[in-house]
Write a protein that binds this ligand. Structure first.
Ligand code: 5AD
Ligand code: SF4
Length: 360
């Protein structure tokens, strides 16, 4: 199989995605793992994930914590709790933290993030890094806010495009001024301009989504020249408008296969970026993260959010880790990786090599 030829052609990529031949998948995964080994190495980097708040101004048609869902108990964890999570991360050999939450524009929230960033920057992780590396995932913000948070110490930002096709984007979001495809794109451009390592990603197996859409998503990542990617299977949630299309979805196994193939193809297309093995993959398949890692993923984000609010951050149902505390999730992941003989990049930021390469 000539992968160099395949990855530049949307029809050939779609053909690989559509293939049900296990031999094709095996060859793809092996090729992607080889590329991963040669470029970013075999280590998996850990980022402690803190779900700071499930309050969100948006109403995405697929998401369990959408503003229109009245069945959600809304929460926000305190500054001290975020800083305590960062200390937990440092004490447990993580040098990186992801602060994720619903999209909010209230000035108090913006100031809170700036404040916690300043506090977190004072924490010294074990090993050689001078402070904890922070990734933010807090939705679309103005360029000024992105710059304020960058200057306060955040160096990476995750903002999924969700789907790169404008028409499909319109089908899975409400048609109003809060959910504009162009604003999403603009936000990604603003993040780059501010100097962040920029991550984006998509959901896989959505209603109305075709394999050509997915092929175009990969080509979109390449064109945008992203530094990091997090993508995973779409998982239906009863309290969302898209739930009514559940009968049209691919079976779970097919959504998983597509997700792992997307990881492998992206590793071949963008050898030096960071690619996450996401929680949604684990939700559909207990071996999902391992499969992603052996197909080219090199980042894992163990949830270190305090146990009592985890059940409230259900963007999709049956999310793993509800009821666990940070220590349990964290030790579980470390044991899991050790058992699978997957080396861990303890105490290192594990920055995107692609970012470093594009800066020189
Ligand atoms: N299934 C899978 N992923 C989802 N997300 C939101 N809702 C779902 C769902 N039902 C993803 C989106 C978002 C990220 C935080 O979670 O891609 O960007
Ligand atoms: Fe809010 Fe993100 Fe859910 Fe959309 S996907 S409703 S922006 S938390």
């Amino acid at each position: 199989m000539n992968f160099a030829e395949i990855i530049s052609d949307r029809y050939k990529i779609a053909e690989i995605l559509d293939s049900d031949d296990p031999a094709v998948a095996e060859k793809l995964y092996a090729a992607a793992y080889e590329v991963k080994k040669k470029t970013v190495g075999e280590c998996v980097y850990l980022r402690g994930l803190v779900e700071i708040s499930n309050i969100c101004r948006k109403n995405c048609l697929y998401c369990g914590i959408r503003s229109g869902n009245q069945n959600v108990h809304r929460y926000e964890i305190s500054e001290d709790e975020v800083v305590a999570a960062a200390k937990f991360a440092a004490d447990n050999g993580y040098a990186s933290l992801v602060i994720q939450g619903g999209e909010r524009h209230d000035p108090a929230f913006c100031r809170k993030i700036t404040y916690v960033l300043h506090e977190i920057m004072k924490i010294k992780p074990k090993g050689g890094e001078e402070h904890i590396g922070v990734t933010l995932s807090l939705g679309e913000q103005s360029e000024d806010v992105y710059r304020e948070w960058f200057e306060a110490g955040a160096k990476r930002y995750l903002l999924r495009i969700e789907v790169s096709d404008r028409v499909l984007y319109g089908k899975i979001h409400p048609e109003d001024s809060l959910h504009r495809y162009d604003d999403r794109l603009q936000a990604l451009v603003a993040l780059k301009k501010c100097g962040y390592q920029v991550g984006t990603g998509v959901m896989i197996g959505l209603p109305f989504q075709t394999s050509l859409n997915l092929a175009d998503d990969l080509l979109f990542f390449k064109k945008l020249d992203i530094d990091m990617c997090g993508m995973g299977p779409y998982i239906e949630h009863t309290d969302t408008p898209l739930y009514r299309y559940r009968a049209d979805l691919f079976p779970i196994a097919k959504r998983m296969d597509l997700s792992i193939k997307m990881v492998a193809l992206l590793r071949l297309m963008m050898p030096d970026i960071n690619i996450a093995a996401t929680t949604a993959m684990q939700a559909l398949d207990s071996l999902g993260r391992e499969k992603a890692i052996f197909a080219g993923a090199n980042v894992l984000m163990p949830n270190i959010t305090v146990a009592d609010v985890r059940a409230d951050y259900q963007i999709y149902q049956n999310k793993p880790g509800v009821g666990e505390d940070a220590a349990l999730t964290s030790s579980g992941i470390v044991e899991y990786l050790k058992e699978k003989k997957i080396p861990i990049g303890f105490c290192q930021w594990g920055d995107s090599i692609h970012y470093r390469n594009r800066k020189v």
